[in-house]
Design a protein around this ligand. Structure first.
Ligand code: UDP
Ligand code: MG
Length: 337
């Protein structure tokens, strides 16, 4: 990695969002501690727990943990802000060369973190953990795969399927991510959107160790909407297409009416044609106009999201060469000594 001079130990921080995880915290910490211990001579590990307004004894457990282990930091949010906000708070506060985001219910197996670190060492900036299998209810599996299918169809960026927030991200991606301040956050989408060198590591997702999911159906739907609406204006475009379709129907209506008039005038009901065709035509125009409004709203929306216009991965110039030339007495402007 270019940023660190050789010899310095690189820092890796785990970020754990915590919402009512009293049954998991101790085991989680013990497991990550064990798993990372063999690498402790190469990296400085630290653990950032973000308590997202838990209503159980999670915060007390975390406080006790921080007293036992000085690598632990606990951030207490003022109320429950939701998983994505808790992770965002964590990302805003870390100061590490790599950050590993992980769920706290041991569904994301801590040993996979080692594979993420390996890939990072190979030079990837984002290493996301992709589920090969998952131990969830049939309902969760079906809704999740439908969601990812739909999201990939709709979204303007390529968001990997079967991938949660379990991932390692390099410092430069964290820095970039901090510039994205939109309120309805779909972090995995933002990370894809940002770019840099990304790769996957596949794993088998375990069952939640203890406690219940913090994602009931209502939150899941909200989250799905954040994913789709945050990365796609396709629904708005569909409005205009639908309008054109309805208008086209009025055109076919005209053909039909002419046909009736020419070939079977005795069956023509007076006034019918005018009303039906006008109905389709006006209906179509109205929907097309909604689509026009929609395209302005879409632009307004992306403007207020206020995302950075681009991200720079590196700048390569001949500057150092030029500087060297200046140092050795060459006139940089002319190349003459
Ligand atoms: N979580 C959170 N705030 C919430 C809901 C969940 O910080 O409002 C945390 C939770 O403690 C866990 C992670 O987000 O570490 C994933 O949540 P959960 O396991 O409940 O979701 P599921 O795996 O069922 O999708
Ligand atoms: Mg879970």
């Amino acid at each position: 990695m270019p940023t660190e001079p050789s010899g310095t130990r690189r820092r890796i921080t785990f970020v754990f969002p915590i919402y009512n995880e009293e049954g998991n915290i101790d085991l989680l910490h013990r497991t990550v501690d064990e798993v990372t211990a063999p690498l402790a001579d190469r990296y400085d590990f630290s653990f950032l727990y973000v308590d997202d307004g838990s209503r159980d004894s999670s915060l007390a457990l975390l406080t006790a943990l921080a007293e036992r282990d000085n690598r632990v930091t606990v951030v207490e949010l003022s109320r429950n802000f939701g998983h994505q906000m808790a992770v965002t708070a964590g990302l805003d506060l870390v100061d590490a060369d790599a950050t590993i985001i992980m769920d706290s219910d041991l569904q994301d197996p801590p040993r996979v973190a080692l594979e993420l670190i390996e890939k990072w060492e190979e030079g990837f900036d984002v290493v996301y953990a992709q589920r090969r299998s998952r131990q969830d209810s049939a309902f969760k599996k079906i809704t999740a795969s439908a969601f990812y299918w739909f999201l990939r169809k709709m979204a303007a960026v390529d968001i990997p399927k079967n991938t949660g927030d379990f991932r390692l991200i390099d410092r430069k991606v964290v820095d970039e991510l901090r510039r994205y301040r939109e309120r309805d956050r779909f972090l995995r989408g933002l990370v894809s959107y940002i770019g840099f060198k990304q790769t996957a590591v596949v794993f088998d997702r375990d069952k939640r160790h203890a406690g219940v999911t913090g994602y009931p159906l209502r939150k899941m739907l909200r989250f799905a909407a954040d994913g789709i609406l945050g990365f796609s204006v396709t629904p708005l475009r569909l409005i205009s297409r639908f309008g054109y379709l309805i208008s086209a129907l009025s055109f076919f209506g005209v053909l039909y009416v002419i046909g009736v008039k020419l070939f079977a005038p005795q069956t023509a009901v007076p006034g019918w044609a005018f009303i039906t065709i006008a109905m389709f035509f006006l209906g179509g125009i109205q929907i097309i106009m909604l689509g026009v409004l929609g395209s302005y709203i879409g632009r307004t929306y992306s403007q207020v999201q206020n995302r950075p216009l681009y991200g720079v991965a590196s700048v390569r110039t001949g500057l150092t060469q030029l500087e060297r030339a200046v140092e050795s007495g060459v006139d940089a402007g002319t190349g003459v000594r």
